[in-house]
Design a protein around this ligand. Structure first.
Ligand SMILES: NC(=O)c1ccc[n+]([C@@H]2O[C@H](COP(=O)([O-])OP(=O)(O)OC[C@H]3O[C@@H](n4cnc5c(N)ncnc54)[C@H](O)[C@@H]3O)[C@@H](O)[C@H]2O)c1
Length: 371
């Protein structure tokens, strides 16, 4: 198959969909890989590394779309790219269709085949191509939180791990899923006194088994949250209710009960945030202060660490990309239900029900194309 890897042009997007190592795997299997000039630069991979792996460098985004049967990307195509997409071309990338109607309409009109990272799903209902970014954001939440707890940055001036003779900081994590667990490992590793709150007893049993002694678990409810926030130095918001807006577990009135210089990192901000006073911020301007409480609410945290994020993402996407390249999208999806669930748009028809429902658009069963 002919695979094209364009450079991401969305503002501040430095990730790339394929590393030189990934290119080598695909070339080894007899596929042709075309990478747009400087596509990997933001993640630390130069053109020469792709060429050494057997890929060909193309000068422009137009040439990359023109030649490819499968386009591998990170972010959804933006308007400038719509006209470059060809009928029957396979696009393998994040789309998040339900949040943007013009993109959905453009992809329907293009008659391309859109396989979305975010809906590839394993039999246990986990989303293998979303997990890596949650892992990055969870770990980063504590790194950022520790930083903003420093006095010159508005925080309480407390060291997360304390020192001999001085108690460590208290870290409260709301939600013990992927983000919360990774945040807990980092905070615990730095010596903080960590509490994870969740509503799932099964999840907390698991966490209690695997976490070190400085991590405790506690049922998440309003009473417990009101008690815990009085003592917390760093609070990480990591709650997710699939398909819904995050619940506001910390409301505006609770800020006055917190210590001056407490830091809130609301990772769930992309789903509306689990802290009422959180509104999306950017890496250029990541924090603001309300009632002496520092809020960090960057909506695309992994964007700040493109090297790690690219490797984490491509570790997860490459095995699927290989199946798609080896077999073509139809056979790959027939053989692997995880990939079939990733199909969102095929040749002008929406085949993922939630996307069609979001815009009241017609919907066709994916089986029609896989029979
Ligand atoms: N800001 C970013 O850059 C970024 C990056 C990656 C993920 N995220 C977001 O982080 C959030 C968490 O993602 P995840 O992958 O960890 O999800 P997840 O599904 O693995 O975990 C969510 C957890 O929240 C728990 N939960 C649900 N209701 C709760 C409540 N009332 N109180 C406490 N816990 C509750 C669930 O039981 C589950 O354990 C999502 O909104 C995701 O979109 C943001």
């Amino acid at each position: 198959m002919i695979i094209g890897v364009p450079k991401e042009i969305k503002n501040n997007e430095n990730r790339v969909a394929l590393t030189p190592a990934g290119a080598k795997e695909l070339v080894k299997r007899g596929h042709s890989v075309y990478v747009q000039h400087t596509a990997g630069e933001g993640s630390g991979f130069v053109d020469a590394e792709y060429e050494a792996a057997g890929a060909t460098i193309l000068p422009t985004i137009e040439a990359t779309y023109e030649i490819a049967e499968m386009i591998m990307k990170v972010k959804e195509p933006i308007e400038q790219e719509y006209k470059l997409i060809k009928e029957n071309q396979l696009l393998f990338t994040y789309f998040h269709f339900a949040s943007y109607e013009p993109l959905t309409k453009a992809m329907v009109e293009s008659k391309a085949v859109c396989l979305a990272y975010e809906t590839v799903e394993k039999p246990d209902r986990s989303l293998p191509l979303l997990v890596p970014m949650s892992e990055v954001a969870g770990r980063m939440a504590v790194q950022k939180g520790a930083n903003y707890l420093e006095k010159p940055l508005g925080g309480r001036g407390i060291l997360l791990g304390g020192v001999p003779g001085v108690l460590p900081a208290k870290v409260l994590i709301l939600g013990g899923g992927i983000v919360g667990t990774q945040a807990a490992w980092m905070a615990a590793g730095l010596g903080a006194d960590v509490t994870i709150m969740d509503v799932s007893l099964a999840r907390m049993r698991y966490l209690a088994d695997v976490m070190p002694a400085n991590v405790k678990t506690m049922m998440s409810n309003e009473y417990n949250i009101r008690e815990m926030i009085k003592h917390a130095d760093l609070i990480v918001g990591a709650v997710l209710i699939p398909g819904a807006k995050a619940p506001h577990l910390i409301t505006r009135d609770m800020l006055k009960d917190m210590k001056k210089g407490t830091v809130l990192v609301d990772v769930a901000v992309d789903q509306g945030g689990c802290i009422e006073t959180c509104k999306p911020t950017t890496h250029e301007n990541p924090t603001y202060v309300i009632d002496d409480v520092v809020h960090y609410c960057v909506a695309n945290m992994p964007g700040a660490v493109p090297y790690t994020s690219t490797l984490a993402l491509t570790n997860a996407t490459l095995p699927y990309a290989i199946q798609l390249a080896d077999k073509g999208w139809k056979k790959a999806a027939q053989d692997n239900q995880e990939l079939a669930l990733g199909l969102n748009v095929i040749n002008g028809e929406i085949v993922y029900k939630a996307v069609a429902d979001a815009f009241d658009m017609p919907y066709a069963l994916v089986e029609k194309y896989l029979a």
